[in-house]
Every structure is written in structure tokens, then in C-alpha cells.
Design a protein around this ligand. Sequence first.
Ligand code: GTP
Ligand code: MG
Length: 200
Amino acid sequence: MNSSFLVSASGKDNWPDSDLPEIVVVGRSNVGKSSFINALTGRKKLAYVGSTPGKTQLINFFDIDGQWALVDVPGYGYAKLSQAQLRQMGRMMDDYFGERKQIAGVVCLVDARHAPSADDLDMIDYFKQTGRRIIIGATKIDKVPKTKRQAALKVISRDLQIPMKSIYPISSVEKSGFDEIYQAILGLLGQKAEAAGENA
Ligand code: GTP
Ligand code: MG
């Protein structure tokens, strides 16, 4: 996979001028979105990973193979921001999800160690209501004992009301689960291409 950083955008004026389909990585702050992008692309420092939450504050676009784009967005549920920063971030995200036509699907990341939070549930509801195609990545699975992994994934499936087949356990530390979720992402991109073909 060839990947390159395209642009960091604070608003629609900076979105890349491209028609490539976009896969957006969403989830609460510190869940591992930027690590996911690095592990998926096999790059160490494509996206900025921080030990403290709230590292990613802009919308970052990455070109993949000249065919599609991965999009890293700020995490939700990070409290240590001012009201003004939160408002600005909310507007940036509303504009993007409301107006960006080429969004092909969202990879929603949740922490495999815990049942989904209220924020996670709200996020999934929002994407379901807006008709987005959703894949779930259960991150940090390396921190769940092997004998408890299946049960953890079942809780996530039940709480989010998403079938088990759309839930992918991943570890950015052990680099596991990425072949599977990559295939699922290609599936989303293929569906988008088919839908575009139908409309042509
Ligand atoms: P924000 O940009 O703040 O929203 O965070 P983010 O979701 O991009 O998380 P990031 O990738 O920066 O990772 C947050 C922390 O979790 C870092 O310390 C990572 O090293 C760690 N981390 C990410 N993925 C994994 C994983 O699969 N396993 C383990 N054990 N740690 C992980
Ligand atoms: Mg990040």
C-alpha cells in the first residue's frame, strides 16, 4: 500500500480538491485512531500518535494508492478543551459529515476492553441515522486476555446493534487484525464504486 499525507484541514476551504472516495476513522479521543492509520498503512509516523488525548485537532487526509483517502478526525469525549474550541471542532465535523459527498464509509473504533460508552452509542446512532456504511474496529485487543476476547466482542455487537461480522478486533501494537479490516474497507469502497456506477 502506498500512502501519503495530503492535508490538514480546519474547515471546508482546506478540504482536498479531489473526488477520491473517503474512509473516515472516528472514535473517542485516545481510542487509537491515528495508530490505526499508521498500522493499516504500515507507516510509523504517518498520523500523529499521542500519549495524551486530544492530539488530533484537525481533519487529516491521507492518499492511499492514488485510489482513495483515509481521513483522521479529532476524537470525541475529550473534556480538556475550551467551549470555543469544542464549538469550532463541532462545526468542522458537522460541515465535513454534512457536506462531503465522497465519504464512502466510516470505521468506528471502540476500545475492546470496555462496553461502548454513551458517546460511542451516540456516534453510532448518528452514522446509522445518516445512512453511513459502518465497520467497527475493536482496538487494543492485545490488552484483553485471549479467553475473554470473544465475549468482549459480543458485548460490543449487542450494545451497538451491529452484527458480529462487522466487528473487527485489532491491535496496533501487535499489528493484528489489519488484513481483515482492510478487506472490509475495500468492500465499502467497492460498494461506493458500484453505487456511483448505478447512478451514471
Ligand atoms: P486522539 O487523536 O487524541 O483522538 O487519539 P487517537 O484516537 O488518535 O489515539 P492514538 O492513536 O493517538 O493512541 C492513543 C494511545 O493509545 C497511544 O498511547 C497509543 O500508543 C495507544 N494505542 C493505540 N492503539 C493501541 C493498541 O492497539 N494497543 C495498545 N496496547 N495501545 C494502543
Ligand atoms: Mg489522533
